[in-house]
Design a binder for this molecule. Structure first.
Ligand SMILES: [Zn+2]
Length: 455
């Protein structure tokens, strides 16, 4: 029995990239039942609730393949932006993470996921900096979105979340067993990465992901620092060392991989290792992506690439269309080729391409019968959207952003209506967030101040 019809210009992202004008998607039991003309579907299913309609574009839900859901969210735009990235991380982000209670983790993740959903993201890969995974899983359920979670994985050097390898692996195993693959929230193996994992932790983590049939994700080489650290440690470049340890493969999603050499690029492609590309972070933190990034070359040579919004103090907005437009602009500027990688390629990464890179293309990423009903309705009646273009991909990517998102459906459930949660009270969340921000900064001993005089 059909539960819902979602209508508009459909960007299906199916293998032919079919667009349906006056199209509609029929939803039943959380799945896409049929894709067709709006008039036909309404005639077949009289009386079924309708979302969208004229002047709307319907896309698959977007994939955010790298997002920190806790820590930064509650101190967004508080960390000065004129200090080195390492200082921002170790003097600000880590102490604030350490002050997080379970309640803070759930609140932070709820805010992040709600913002993400309001901008069209229905699937989020958490980046592995979570102290209370059960509370972050609860946030996914509250907001009603799909994604993966892990917990801190860090066994080298000092830090509030560094632990012996066996303890780290026990925590990873617990998350993977508690949230098996296939659910709305799936457990992944998540390491911080960089030079904060021993060889045995990297190798055991990869083995656990393979045994459990789930994903492994970690950070590597957003700046040149990891290359220097691995040269001292192993005499090899980071990705070559990980290849030697057996860490690369289709289940592995590496966040960043900005500074990689020819051999590293080749081995990532050969092993089917996926990469999450977060261009706002590299620009915000000044990490040299416009000169050194090779993500588009990686993609063009068959690499599995997805986009990520990273974290609030390295990009500041969880808005996938902003990220995709930036990726397209950077690709053209760095290649000096105005005809390369445009709106359509960027939308691929947000939908079916991103879904493939995180191993979920069989379930999400396109509007096709049998896939999960994860749908976004973009409202094109605003003054900035009229007159509408004949090419909805161009319109969304180059002139749009998350503000046009009106309705979001995840697993057949209507979770965002008119840009707001259908389940959570925004005013209550705002009050909780402000109180939590003040307490966290206080506990971490941090006093952010505006750089300009305040009267
Ligand atoms: Zn990250």
């Amino acid at each position: 029995m059909t539960d819902l019809i979602v209508a508009g210009t459909l960007l299906t992202m199916d293998p032919d990239r079919t667009i349906w004008n006056d199209g509609a998607v029929a939803v039943a039991d959380g799945l896409i039942q049929r894709v067709g003309k709006k008039a036909d579907l309404i005639a077949e299913h009289p009386g079924v609730p309708l979302l969208g309609g004229d002047n709307c574009i319907v896309t698959p839900g977007f994939v955010n393949a790298h997002q920190h859901l806790t820590g930064d969210r509650l101190i967004r735009s508080c960390i000065p932006d004129h200090i080195p990235a390492q200082e921002a991380i170790y003097d600000w982000v880590v102490p604030v993470h350490a002050a997080h209670t379970g309640d803070d983790d759930e609140l932070s993740a709820t805010l992040s996921l709600l913002e993400a959903a309001g901008n069209g993201i229905t699937t989020t890969v958490e980046a592995g900096t979570v102290a209370h995974p059960e509370r972050v899983a609860a946030a996914f359920e509250r907001v009603g979105v799909r994604g993966s979670i892990g917990t801190w994985g860090w066994d080298q050097g000092d830090g509030p979340f560094s632990a012996p390898t066996a303890e780290v692996m026990d925590a990873q195993r617990t998350v993977v067993e508690t949230y098996p693959a296939g659910g709305l929230v799936a457990g992944w193996v998540t390491l911080v990465g960089h030079d904060l994992a021993s060889d045995s932790l990297f190798a055991e983590a990869a083995q656990l992901a393979r045994d459990a049939g789930t994903g492994l994700t970690f950070h590597m080489s957003p700046s040149t620092d990891d290359g220097v650290a691995f040269a001292e440690r192993s005499g090899r470049r980071p990705i070559m060392h990980l290849a030697e340890l057996g860490v690369l493969g289709p289940e592995t999603l590496i966040a960043h991989a900005v500074h990689i050499d020819d051999d590293e690029l080749a081995v990532l492609i050969e092993t089917g290792t996926a990469v999450s590309y977060c261009p706002w972070a590299y620009l915000r933190l000044g990490q040299g992506v416009s000169g050194s990034g090779r993500h588009i070359e990686f993609l063009a040579r068959g690499g599995r690439l997805a986009l990520g919004c990273d974290t609030e103090n390295a990009g500041d907005a969880i808005d996938p269309i902003r990220v995709a437009a930036l990726a397209a602009g950077l690709a053209r500027d760095t290649s000096d080729d105005p005809a390369s990688f445009g709106a359509h390629a960027a939308l691929d990464l947000l939908t079916i391409g991103g879904a493939e890179a995180i191993g979920m293309a069989d379930r999400i990423g396109s509007l096709e019968a049998g896939k999960a009903a994860d749908l976004v309705v973009h409202d094109l009646t605003g003054i900035g959207s009229i007159p509408n273009s004949v090419d909805p991909a161009m319109q969304l990517l180059w002139s749009g952003d998350g503000r046009a998102v009106r309705d979001v459906v995840v697993n057949g459930v209507h979770v965002i209506s008119g840009g707001r949660s259908t389940r959570l009270d925004h005013a209550d969340l705002a009050e909780e967030a402000t109180a939590s921000q003040h307490r966290l900064l206080d506990q971490a001993g941090l006093s952010p101040a505006p750089r300009w005089p305040v009267r």
